[in-house]
Design a protein around this ligand. Structure first.
Ligand SMILES: Cc1ncc(C[n+]2csc(CCOP(=O)(O)OP(=O)(O)O)c2C)c(N)n1
Length: 514
């Protein structure tokens, strides 16, 4: 067995049995090992941003890491933006990055670069395998590092000769750390704060936004009157009918400030303290008001659910909490095409157990509010603010959950960063319906231009935010990559096409002309 085969066997044995890949010459032994070993599913992405974004979507839904296979420094660099989003989602991910053979490095061949230097800013753990006999152990360490709570990015660099030289065999997985328990003093402190009756917000992230954390938080809110509020951007939120409903902190600074204005206490529950996405002249960075005290129930890496359980018990919270009722909107009948009207269609038709990927940007608020009372679903967001993750995230989620429908709410400008993900969806027969929110512009940047306030903007500035010259042919792009597609020019057409896509299996794209 060579080093590459020992690594593939180690990863698969540790439960990392899906690899999203875009290989090159230096990874050929890893690719060959996929056939020799046989227990790894390998999914080809035609750009590394697709590969890393899909690995993120997979792990958010599977609750275990996928691996990626990337080609030296440049391949890794192409995948970094979505690695950044994954890191901000606390996603576990194991990146395998091929490199030149150890003895070839000194010649400075064209693809040579400082791979560790490229990896570090977007990884929590980086190692270059020194030889073929240690690579299996390195792989096992990478999986352990990735699975360390709350989920981390591990990048293992694999020189070509480490791949092809003789190895001893696979390595066992070292123990994976469990999330640390929260100290009893932290629980009783928060209980005391919530008993005070002063206005309090439970500011939630991570597992607090999934069952059983949600119900526990709902019970605590029912007992104390605390408000439940989610971070603006989250890896995965369970919501819809039958779930404890949670509002999201709005993205615009003024709306976020207004949401928190009355808070006297902010309790962090698997979240980080709320801060503005960007600085704006004359607006604060910190979003909680000056009179508000921040308390930590659990950090993202701690046992959030255990802390909520202990808190609910200490407060003697009721056994149940109110949950969201189903909301259906009337069938469309000739209304103008707006994000709100489109969102009403999606919210009404969304199938039970759907996975919704939200890279809807300026349309996100409309979809978020109109899916609140939809059938129960999971909602995945762009955690790191780096656009171009929607289509890959949907791809990875569909690989993880082949029995669930994936709905990708996809702004057109963001879609163009990683549009190749559609080809992977077609190749793998993934059950994803993509709704392109085709407004032919970078609409949010027009709003940002006004918020940042450099003064009057002329044609040249505004031209940087228009995508209509030429207009993108979304139906042609999708069909060119093997994905069935149609254009919706009315909300009635959207309603018919969306319903049809839910009845069919496989990828489908609707070009919604806003
Ligand atoms: C990787 C990356 N590059 C650039 C940006 C800056 N950016 C933020 S929003 C945006 C345009 C989004 O346009 P679109 O996806 O069409 O959504 P819309 O605003 O029209 O709803 C850009 C370029 C970013 N956030 N991330």
């Amino acid at each position: 067995m060579n080093g590459a085969a020992s690594l593939v066997k180690t990863l698969a044995g540790a439960g990392v049995d899906v690899c999203f890949a875009n290989p090159g010459t230096s990874e050929m032994h890893f690719v060959a090992a996929l056939d020799q070993v046989g227990d790894m599913r390998c999914v080809l992405g035609l750009f590394e941003g697709v590969v890393t974004g899909a690995a993120d979507g997979y792990a958010r839904m599977a609750d275990r890491p996928a691996s990626t296979l990337l080609h030296l420094g440049p391949g890794l660099a192409n995948g970094l933006a979505n690695m950044h989003n994954a890191r901000r989602a606390n996603t576990p991910m194991v990146n395998i990055v091929g490199d030149h053979a150890t003895y070839h490095k000194e010649y400075d061949a064209p693809l040579t670069s400082d791979v560790e230097g490229v990896a570090w800013p977007f990884s929590d753990w980086v190692r270059t395998s020194a030889d073929s006999r240690s690579v299996a152990g390195d792989g096992a360490d990478a999986v352990t590092a990735a699975m360390a709570p709350p989920g981390r990015i591990a990048t293992l660099i694999l020189p070509a000769d480490v791949s092809w030289n003789e190895a001893d065999g696979p390595a066992p997985l070292p123990p994976v750390g469990a999330p640390a328990s929260v100290a009893p003093e932290a629980i009783s402190h928060v209980a005391q704060v919530l008993r005070s009756g002063e206005p309090a917000v439970l500011f939630m992230g991570g597992h607090a936004l999934r069952e059983p954390g949600l119900m526990l938080a709902g019970r605590i809110a029912a007992k104390t009157g605390a408000r439940l509020l989610a971070q603006t951007l989250n890896a995965r939120v369970e919501r819809g009918e039958g779930r404890v409903a949670v509002d999201f902190l709005p993205y615009p600074v003024d709306a976020a400030l207004a949401t928190l204005v009355d808070a006297r206490h902010l309790v962090l529950v698997g979240s980080k303290a709320p801060i503005a996405f960007f600085a704006y002249p004359d607006k604060p960075s910190v979003l909680s008001p000056p009179q508000c005290e921040t308390h930590t129930l659990a950090t993202p890496g701690e046992d959030v659910v255990g802390a909520l359980e202990a808190l609910a018990e200490e407060l003697d919270a009721p056994q149940n909490a109110p949950v969201q009722a189903r909301v259906k909107y009337p069938p469309p009948s000739g209304e103008p095409i707006t994000p709100e009207a489109a969102a009403a269609v999606v919210g009404t038709l969304l199938p039970e157990g759907a996975i919704v990927v939200d890279e809807a940007l300026t349309a996100a608020e409309a979809f978020m509010s109109r899916t609140r009372g939809a059938a129960s679903h999971d909602y995945l967001q762009v955690t790191g603010g780096a656009i171009g993750i929607g289509l890959p995230l949907a791809t990875g989620a569909a690989v993880a959950c082949p029995d669930r429908k994936v709905i990708c709410l996809q702004a057109d400008g963001s879609a163009m960063y990683t549009v190749q993900a559609l080809w992977t969806q077609a190749r793998e027969g993934l059950d994803v319906t993509t709704v392109i929110l085709n407004n032919r512009s970078y609409a949010i940047l027009k709003q940002e231009l006004a918020s940042v306030g450099p003064g009057d903007s002329g044609r040249r500035a505004l031209d940087m935010m228009e995508l209509d010259r030429p207009a993108l042919d979304w139906v042609g792009l999708a069909r060119g990559m093997g994905v069935e597609a149609e254009r919706a020019k009315t909300i009635v057409e959207l309603d018919r096409q969306f319903a049809a896509s839910l009845r069919s299996e496989g990828p489908y794209l609707i070009d919604l002309v806003l």
